[in-house]
Design a protein around this ligand. Sequence first.
Ligand code: NAD
Length: 280
Amino acid sequence: MFCLIGTPVGHSGSPAMYNYSFAQTGLDYAYLAYDVPLEKTEEAVNALKVLGCKGFNVTMPCKTRVAELVDELSDAAKLIGACNTVVVKDGKLYGNNTDGMGFVRNLKENGVDVKGKKITVMGAGGAATAIQVQCALDGAKKLSIFNRKDKFYANGEKTVKKIQQMVPDCEVSIHPLEETDALYAAIKDSDILVNATKVGMKPLDDQSLVEDVSVFHPDLVVADAVYNPKETKFVQSAKAAGCKVAVGGTGMLMWQGAAAFNLFTGKDMPTKEVYELFFK
Ligand code: NAD
């Protein structure tokens, strides 16, 4: 048995995606979703161990708590301070975070390698932190983080410190998103520009954080973490401005699931079929 924990989980597409993939791969496994509030996280994790669960995904609000409960954390999960995938082996819990892996893999599928690249990331929440950490671990040369001066800004400052300690070769800094001139200068100097804020997601789907589209240069790779809608205003305007690659968040979502499937089973998810059935 595998499962998802967190709340709400009733809307999640994960059970359908994993159960289909298990069947296609010839694995006699089942994937369920359990609604677990934050204060019940520890009890739920202990129960899953007793029940012989082989692995589980974690969604909000339990990701940070689970990172405190596992026996071992991957480098990415340690830096991010949150787990979205846990493998149970011989009674021990191994915590991972596949969000950033999904982001990097999706870019790779679009012909883009983050190694040696200058990357501007707007956002300092969960998705942004995972992207920033994985890009640093995978050899990004420079990371410029921009976030508005809200409660997430301090989290961005922490991420900068952690990356400086663990990945000293990556030049990393954070700036207020309100400093538009600094943002546009960073974009002009970047190979890759990422939106990992909630801007662009419903109900903010009529907005983009880049209002002056003249900063979208043709060599710029543009990626959004937002997958609802599939193509945000940010991605649409980058495409219209002629950016060579401009992708929405759907690919990141599928590839983080594929990375978790691989950790759970040691096998590859049938991503072509999964994409056609669940993400197109
Ligand atoms: P979060 O709540 O952890 O962080 C929210 C971020 O959005 C913060 O940086 C915050 O400052 C910023 N923000 C919110 N409103 C803003 C505004 N009006 N102007 C400027 N910035 C604003 O959320 P999260 O979990 O990081 O999710 C962010 C987005 O990424 C969501 O749309 C989510 O669905 C998406 N996401 C996608 C994937 C994927 O696999 N594609 C994975 C995780 C999250």
